[in-house]
Design a protein around this ligand. Structure first.
Ligand code: NDP
Length: 356
């Protein structure tokens, strides 16, 4: 038997109101079952939206964890180690590290019992930390696909993105640098730490870092013209994490036929499209959802994960700043719940991640 704990919710609501630490036991696995011990599970913005009930992929509410009422386990991303397995499990062995193929697993838990079909084995874990492997499949893959799937960028081409200091944004900066693309990176203006943030992003390979206020000011178009060789170097792609009027100002500096890809809505403001951009510049507005992409492209997903992990191992891809929350047998419910509740606050110094 394993004594297990999971951060669960019986119903949708604010994390602080609905999350409960649930204890249960897991029996020795038989036939095609295996037992996982989690190593690291991040707290992503979408996890909060899922608990609030406003995210399109819904968790499974079940009584299989021995509770009276059906519970869902929070979290959609993470890395776990196989610690025991039934004789029918063929593709995995004890000690293997696995990540989830698709969201919805419920990764905020010390242990889980499952079958192997939903798991992706990490073939080479050498030189990698659980935090690196536990955060590879959502943010870096999102950045990767958005840089390659919408327009054909060639070395020297530009893209512009907001939320540039987010996990996705930092991944996009680094991949773009490796591939020779140039980035204009928009971050929210802050009273404190602006210089440090700029230096931080430039260290990852950001070519230009500007604040949202600068983008909204008159004259931003001229500034972009200056840095893009009088407008001759094209800005072919925009990545939108934030929404609101900022997106219009960003779209205005895109080259004709460029694409603006929306993947997040951190400001909760809609994107309203100025028609001249559609009619006269033929700008396309697209959306990207890594969950759907992963469902449709499981092989490509695996390749993406492997590529990022190789880059990480080679020291060419740096982790997002993290705020680890250590979770062991003595950790109190409040500590875990507070870490989740704080995730949607802005201006954070690191992404929350449960480390077991
Ligand atoms: P992080 O937690 O790493 O970063 C959050 C980002 O959001 C920071 O840049 C932060 O900027 C910004 N932010 C927070 N609050 C606001 C606000 N009120 N207005 C404007 N900006 C704000 O996030 P992730 O990289 O994990 O995710 C970023 C977004 O991308 C989320 O919306 C997430 O759901 C989405 N996402 C979508 C995917 C998809 O497939 N479509 C896949 C992965 C992520 P600051 O420091 O200034 O607060």
């Amino acid at each position: 038997y394993e004594q297990a704990k999971a951060l669960t919710f019986p119903d949708y609501g604010e994390p602080k109101d609905v999350l409960r630490l649930h204890s249960h036991s897991i029996s020795t696995p038989h036939s095609n079952l295996l037992t996982l011990k989690f190593l690291a599970s991040p707290i992503n913005p979408a996890d909060i939206n899922q608990i609030q009930g406003v995210y399109p992929s819904k968790p499974t509410f079940t009584t299989t964890l021995g509770s009276a009422e059906p519970l869902a386990v929070g979290g959609n991303e993470g890395v776990a180690e196989v610690i025991a397995l039934g004789s029918g499990v063929k593709g995995l062995k004890k000690g293997d590290w696995v990540i989830q193929r698709a969201p919805g697993f419920g990764t905020w838990r010390t242990h889980a019992q499952t079958t192997e079909d939903g798991l992706l084995r990490i073939e080479n874990t050498e030189g990698l930390t659980p935090v690196q492997v536990g955060t590879v499949s959502v943010n870096p893959c999102t950045a990767y696909r958005m840089l390659v799937d919408f327009v054909k960028l060639k070395p020297g081409d530009w893209f512009i993105q907001n939320g540039a200091n987010s996990g996705v944004g930092r991944a996009a900066i680094q991949l773009a640098k490796l591939w020779g693309y140039k980035s204009i990176n928009v971050v929210r203006k802050r009273e404190e730490g602006m210089d440090a943030l700029r230096t931080d992003l430039e260290g990852l390979g950001a070519d230009v870092v500007v604040t949202d206020e600068e983008v909204m000011e008159r004259g931003f178009g001229e500034k972009i013209k200056e840095i893009t060789n009088g407008g001759r170097d094209e800005v072919k792609l925009g990545l939108n994490c934030v929404g609101g009027k900022l997106v219009n100002a960003m779209a205005k500096v895109l080259s004709p036929h460029a694409h603006m890809v929306t993947y997040g809505a951190m400001s909760k403001q809609p994107v309203t499209l100025p028609t001249p951009l559609l009619i006269f510049k033929n700008i396309s507005f697209d959306g990207f959802w890594v969950s759907k992409w992963s469902d449709r492209n499981p092989e490509e997903k695996k390749r993406c994960v492997d590529k990022i992990l190789n880059l990480t191992r080679e020291g060419k891809f740096k982790d997002t700043p993290m705020a680890p929350i250590h979770w062991d047998a003595t950790t109190k419910q409040d500590e875990l719940v507070n870490a989740v509740q704080g995730t949607l606050e802005g201006y954070r110094s690191g992404k929350g991640i449960f480390v077991f």
